[in-house]
Each structure stands twice: as C-alpha cells, then as structure tokens.
Ligand binder design. Structure first.
Ligand code: FES
Length: 261
C-alpha cells in the first residue's frame, strides 16, 4: 500500500450510507441550547442565590457586589470597580476546561466547523492545520485547566454541603435543592476525574505499575470513568444548567424549595 496525504479521487463526499450527520445535528442543538441559556444567565447577574443554595454559575461569588450569602459575601476578593455580572469572574475556569476538553473539541469541531464532519466524510476546508497553529494550539492548555477545575469542583462540593443548613444557618436541613446540588457536584467530580489529562497525570510516565500500586489502582479507577467521558460530559453539562435553573426558579419566586427534613 502506498501512503498518501491526499484524499482518494472519488466524486462522492462520502461512501457512508448511514445517517452520519445525525449525531452532529443533535450535538449542535444540545450545545446551542446550553450556550444560549448559560449566556443569558451569566450576564443576568441576578437570582443566583436562594438561601441556602447558590447557583454553580456564580460560585464562588468573587465580586464585592455579590448578594450577601451565608452571612456575608464570603469569597469577595474583587472590589466595587467590577460592574459586570459576578458570574463572568468565575465561568472562565469551567468554560476553559470544557472548551479545551478532548471530547468537546471533537464535538464542536464536527458540529460547528464540520472539520471533519465525521469519520470517512470529506473535509470541506481547503487547508487543514489541526491544532498546530494559533489559536487552536492553545488547546494544549487543557492540563492546566484541569488543575483549575479541581478547586472549582471543591467549592461546588462546599456549596452542596452547605445545602444541609437552613436559611438561618442551622444544620440539619435538606430540601429538594440540596439533592439537586449534590447530584450536580457528583457529576461534576465524575466528569472532572474522567478527564484524559487526569488519567495521564495519575498513571502516566510510569515504567512499572508494580512499583506504584496506589497509582495503578487510581489509574484503573480513572480509566473506568474515562471510558464514560462523553456521557459524563453531557450529564454534567445538563446537571450544572439544571442546578442553576433550580436556584433561579426558587430565587425568583416561581416555587418554594420543597423541604425533605
Ligand atoms: Fe475532557 Fe479533560 S479530556 S475534561
């Protein structure tokens, strides 16, 4: 067989006869829904706290103008000069993590750029430089966004635990919102730990697994999650949007948080 860098000389765009465009269509629709909703909520700058729940889009709330939470704007490190929505200060981290994620790259390259549209479907662009040039070379920052995603997940865990306090700050409360935040943070951790970079950090660069049994065990666990990375990417995207929506609806008075105990 002769190696070649050009496409086979066939007039058809593809010889595939299945509905190869269907996953791209559903991916595009799903991403557009999330982008539209999250953009509106990120810029709204309101209805992000319904005691004791804080929206994951606004946590940690870093601006001095954040609504008082838990007896004070406890994460406020940015002064009054910040006039935009506080969400914009924090969303850059999870956004960078997801934008550079290996799975999401595949999803949005296919969904929005059609580059490539699918396996064995002809590339429409005249040139293909992959991720070797600016700006796509910045995708290599993914590992660093992974490091930043860990404290973000930790803070969301803290928020979920505080969901066991009532609006007055006393422990021993749980409402539907507590379950919503717990479910969300569980999926956020599962997605974060299923990251390909995490798998490499945990188990990469080892010559002998037998000399590193703890890392080997951790690598196996991460590997099992990693095999579900796509599903976890979508589930955690949906859960973070639903958690925010829940806080929005309770905060804006659409319904009261049902108390469980
Ligand atoms: Fe998807 Fe790292 S590869 S989060």
């Amino acid at each position: 067989m002769t190696a070649t860098t050009t496409r086979a000389e066939i007039p058809e765009r593809t010889l595939r006869t299945d509905r190869w465009w269907l996953p791209q269509l559903t991916t595009t629709a799903g991403l557009l829904v999330f982008i539209g909703y999250s953009t509106w909520r990120a810029f709204e700058g309101a209805h992000y706290y319904a005691a004791p729940y804080v929206s994951p889009f606004y946590s940690p709330c870093l601006a001095a103008r954040c609504v008082p939470m838990r007896g004070g704007a406890d994460w406020a490190v940015v002064g009054d000069w910040w006039r935009l929505s506080p969400a914009l200060l924090v969303l850059v981290f999870p956004l960078g993590f997801r934008l550079t994620c290996y799975y999401y790259r595949k999803a949005y390259y296919r969904a929005f750029w059609a580059s490539p549209p699918a396996c064995a479907v002809g590339e429409q662009h005249a040139r293909y430089t992959g991720e070797t040039r600016f700006p796509l070379i910045l995708q290599n920052l993914h590992r660093y966004f992974f490091y930043l995603a860990i404290p973000v997940a930790g803070i969301l865990t803290y928020d979920a635990v505080l969901g066991f306090r009532n609006a007055a700050g006393q422990w021993g409360h749980a409402g539907l919102g507590t379950l919503v935040l717990l479910g969300n943070v569980a999926l956020i951790w599962a997605y974060t730990l299923s990251c390909h970079s995490c798998r490499h950090i945990v188990g990469g660069r080892l010559r002998h697994f037998s000399r590193h049994p703890v890392r080997y065990r951790a690598w196996q666990l991460v590997g099992r999650l990693n095999a579900r990375h796509m599903q976890l990417a979508w589930l955690s995207l949906a859960s973070v949007g639903l958690a925010d929506l829940y806080v929005y609806l309770v905060s804006s008075g659409v319904f009261a948080d049902p108390k469980l105990f």
